[in-house]
Design a binder for this molecule. Structure first.
Ligand SMILES: Cc1cc2nc3c(=O)[nH]c(=O)nc-3n(C[C@H](O)[C@H](O)[C@H](O)COP(=O)(O)OP(=O)(O)OC[C@H]3O[C@@H](n4cnc5c(N)ncnc54)[C@H](O)[C@@H]3O)c2cc1C
Length: 486
């Protein structure tokens, strides 16, 4: 009996038939996440509905040494939920209940498959919402948000997912159920919750999440500001923030991204603009009034053209529709594209955007820029036509060079989309071997057998429990090219 058959035999009697997917065509529907160039059909798919079912499945994987991968909504853009060919894909989107909303404590308890926006929709009537707002919020899951430490337009002011999670139930890589954190804002001891947020499913599976709810602001103002160039818009961003204002969001789109959004959703952005900023201010009405005037003045200092202040929710919605649909919208102007995600210091926006356009020119591809300008989190969209020989490689080269550029500016290879399988190879460009070894030691403490989402985040599999820098010859797995010692 194969190892996967052993797992199936162990768990089958305890699960409803609809939870188990063995049919190859059906398994194929789970072969990738939002990064569709990386595809693997999982050996087995289990659709779970409770913590107990996750624990049962993971314990069987541990017993028979079978890798497992958690999958939320599959919107990740770095191949984090890409299945393992000899492993079990554990689908969490079937755990979709909001278990409790407590406005007095400003907490909610949810299952991990709950859609991000659904939680806010449920909390809104009581005057609250869940602040992390990825552009994919109408489809992505809160479990995926925790695993990726996802951000969004409003994370500039309100922080990333990690700032809004106070506790989780975790099924460890051995199949044990443990509680980390709870309702309280902070707990003594090591910050294990902080370690879990952003660990991309490599430390176990989250089956319940306690989140903070944020009070809806008294007033919200949304401004759409046109500029001649991304340079001018970039300088305006730095200037607005150095004026002491912390907008809820400052998003930038360049001319190519505007063209795509216009074609897709007719968002009516200023005609002929080389760049637009979407600036959102929120808080007490009196503060928002003052801040709006400062933003307008600073934008004018940098040659702003049209400045539009949304008069109602319909106009606000249309402004955001242009921005939030921008990734998918580039499909209107290019058959294929890579969504890149890197970070630079906000003050370097102008020069870095100029260098990106030089890279694009040298590689013979077009790059559209749409990003969270306030925190320097770039999302260059590298456009190409995969049916033209050599274009995919050129796009990948351009994409890699953009990440190198971010690193040379003191930035990061990812701001919010994670490392996954896609960027694992870039980790040694950002971290030293010692840094990576330290991360591995932590991973090994949670998952010594490397079963929880293996092959993600780290460039090559490494062995737990080996003395660092072994000197007495090669380990057999190392000799076979299957592992690297640390
Ligand atoms: C159009 C579009 C726009 C996007 N915009 C943004 C954005 O603005 N900001 C942003 O941060 N991201 C954005 N993303 C990326 C993506 O939506 C986020 O990373 C999101 O949090 C992924 O959630 P998911 O449920 O789809 O997770 P999946 O893609 O299913 O999984 C992501 C990772 O989480 C792990 N995982 C999932 N559930 C669990 C669990 N319960 N326990 C442990 N590990 C788990 C998986 O193994 C995988 O490593 C965007 C994606 C798209 C397609």
């Amino acid at each position: 009996m194969s190892r996967i058959e052993s797992v199936l035999t162990r768990i089958e009697p305890h699960l409803p038939p609809q939870a188990i997917v063995t049919d190859e065509n059906e398994r194929k529907t789970y072969e990738c996440d939002g990064l569709a160039v990386h595809r693997t059909v999982p050996a087995l798919v289990i659709r779970v509905t409770s913590t107990a079912e996750v624990a049962l499945t993971v314990a069987a994987c541990h017993e028979f040494d079978v890798p497992f991968v958690a999958r939320g909504s599959g919107t990740g853009l770095s191949g984090g939920a890409q299945p393992h060919a000899e492993g079990v894909l554990i689908v969490m989107s079937t755990m979709r209940d909001i278990l409790d909303i407590d406005p007095i404590a400003q907490r909610a308890i949810v299952q991990p498959g709950v859609i991000n926006l659904n939680l806010s929709n449920e909390a809104n009537p009581g005057g609250y919402y869940f602040a992390p707002d990825p552009s994919s919020q109408s489809v992505c899951s809160i479990g995926g948000n925790v695993a990726e430490n996802s951000g969004g337009a409003h994370c500039l002011k309100y922080g990333f997912t990690t700032n809004h999670v106070t506790g989780v139930t975790l099924v460890t890589a051995h199949g044990e159920i443990v509680e980390i954190g709870g309702d309280a804002p902070e707990y003594p001891g090591y910050d294990l919750l902080g370690v879990l947020c952003g660990s991309e499913g490599t430390l176990g599976i989250v089956t319940e999440v306690t989140v903070r709810l944020t009070r809806l602001p008294e007033a919200v103002e949304t401004l759409l500001i046109g500029f001649e160039s991304t340079d001018a818009a970039g300088e305006a961003v730095s200037d607005i923030i150095s004026a002491g204002i912390m907008p809820a969001a400052i998003e930038m789109m360049d001319a190519l991204a505007i063209e795509a959004a216009e074609k897709a959703v007719a968002c009516n952005y200023p005609e002929g603009a080389g760049a637009v900023l979407v600036v959102e201010l929120d808080g007490p009405a009196i503060d928002v009034d003052l801040e709006r005037e400062t933003v307008i003045a600073r934008a004018k200092d940098h040659g702003a053209g049209e400045i539009r202040v949304a008069v109602d929710n319909v106009e606000r919605g249309l402004i955001w529709k242009g921005r939030k649909s921008a990734f998918a919208a580039v499909g209107r102007i290019s058959p294929d594209y890579i969504v890149q995600d890197g970070v630079i210091p906000r003050s370097r926006l102008g020069p870095v955007l100029a260098s990106i356009s030089t890279i694009a020119e040298e590689c013979g591809v077009r790059v559209a820029n749409v990003f969270h300008a306030g925190d320097g989190n770039l999302h260059p969209l590298v456009l190409f036509d995969g049916s033209v020989e050599g274009q995919t490689e050129l796009a990948e080269t351009a994409s890699g060079r953009i990440l190198d550029l971010c690193l040379s500016e003191g930035g990061s290879i990812t701001g919010e989309h994670g490392v996954g399988s896609d960027k694992a190879k870039f980790m040694p460009r950002m971290f030293t071997n010692d840094d990576l070894d330290t991360m591995q030691i932590l991973r090994c403490a949670f998952d010594p057998n490397n079963l929880s989402n293996p092959g993600k985040v780290f460039p090559t599999p490494r062995l737990c429990g080996e003395p660092p820098r072994r000197t007495s010859g090669e380990h057999p797995l190392q000799a076979a090219g299957k592992a690297e010692l640390f």
